[in-house]
Design a protein around this ligand. Structure first.
Ligand code: CTP
Ligand code: MG
Length: 237
C-alpha cells in the first residue's frame, strides 16, 4: 500500500468482566484512579499512526463512557462511542460499521489490555501499512499446554516451542476484517485473526510486549498497578 492510509482503532469494551469478580463493567474499573478504558484509548491515540478510535461501550454506559473520554483525553485522535453487543465479536462488528469510508486499516484492541505500549500499536499498524493483510503480536508461552477431555484427563501435551500467546492490537486491512466478520463462524471466537485465518488469509506474527497483558482475573489488577507504579517512578506519564 503506497497511497496514504488512514488507520483507525476499534476497542471492544462492552464486556462485564465476570472473571474479575463483582463490580463495574471491566472497562470502567479503575487503575491508579483512571478507568481501564481511558488507559487503553490513551495508548491508542498516542500512537502516531492512529487518527480515529471507535469504542464499543457497555450498552447501558454509552453516555458515561463518552463523557469520561471527553474529560480524560485531549489529543488529535478523533473519538467515537457506540453501544457494544452481546459478544465480543458483535461489539467489533458494530464498531466496524461506524467507521468512515476513508479508513483502510483497522486495529482491534481489547479495552482489557490497558497498558499496551504505543510503540506496539505503531508496530502493528506499520506492518499492515507495509503490505501484510493481517498482523498479530505474540509472545512465547511460559506454561506447558495440554489438551484435556471432559472427564479431566490429559489427551495430549502440545509442543510449547510451537505455540504462541496472542495479544492485541491485531491489525487488518479493513476489507479483510469486514469480510471475516460477514462470514459464518464455527465454534467460539476469541480473536479477530482467527476469523481471518478461516478465510485462508495469511496472518503475520510480530513480537508482542509483556505490558500488553490482558486484565482478566483479580491478580492482574495487582500487576497492572505495579506496572503503573514503575512507570511513575521512571517519570513516564
Ligand atoms: N467485550 C466486548 N463485548 C462483549 C464481550 C467482551 O466488547 N460482549 C470486550 C471486553 O470488554 C474486553 C475484550 O472484549 O475488552 C476481551 O474480552 P474479555 O477479556 O473476555 O472481557 P470480558 O468479557 O469483559 O470478561 P469476562 O469474560 O471475564 O466476563
Ligand atoms: Mg469475555
Amino acid at each position: 500500500m503506497s497511497e496514504p492510509v488512514r488507520v483507525a482503532a476499534v476497542v471492544p469494551a462492552a464486556g462485564r468482566g465476570e472473571r474479575l469478580g463483582p463490580g463495574l463493567p471491566k472497562a470502567l474499573r479503575e487503575l491508579s484512579g483512571v478507568p481501564m478504558l481511558v488507559h487503553a484509548v490513551r495508548a491508542l491515540s498516542q500512537a502516531r499512526r492512529v487518527s480515529l478510535v471507535v469504542v464499543a461501550a457497555p450498552p447501558d454506559d454509552v453516555a458515561e463512557v463518552q463523557s469520561l473520554l471527553d474529560v480524560h483525553l485531549t489529543g488529535p485522535a478523533e473519538l467515537l462511542v457506540v453501544p457494544g453487543g452481546r459478544t465480543r465479536q458483535d461489539s467489533v462488528r458494530i464498531a466496524l460499521q461506524a467507521l468512515p469510508d476513508d479508513v483502510s486499516v483497522v486495529l482491534v484492541h481489547d479495552a482489557a489490555r490497558p497498558l499496551v505500549p504505543s510503540e506496539l500499536v505503531d508496530a502493528v499498524a506499520a506492518a499492515v501499512c507495509a503490505g501484510s493483510p493481517a498482523v498479530v503480536p505474540c509472545l512465547p508461552l511460559a506454561d506447558t499446554v495440554k489438551r484435556a477431555d471432559a472427564a479431566g484427563r490429559v489427551v495430549e501435551t502440545l509442543r510449547r516451542d510451537e505455540l504462541r500467546a496472542i495479544q492485541t492490537p491485531q491489525g487488518f486491512r479493513r476489507e479483510v476484517l469486514v469480510r471475516a466478520h460477514a462470514a459464518p463462524t464455527a465454534g467460539p471466537v476469541t480473536d479477530d485473526a482467527g476469523m481471518v485465518e478461516a478465510l485462508g488469509v495469511p496472518v503475520l506474527l510480530i513480537a508482542g510486549d509483556d505490558e500488553a497483558f490482558k486484565v482478566t482475573r483479580p491478580l492482574d489488577l495487582v500487576l497492572a498497578e505495579a506496572v503503573l507504579a514503575r512507570r511513575r517512578a521512571a517519570g513516564v506519564r
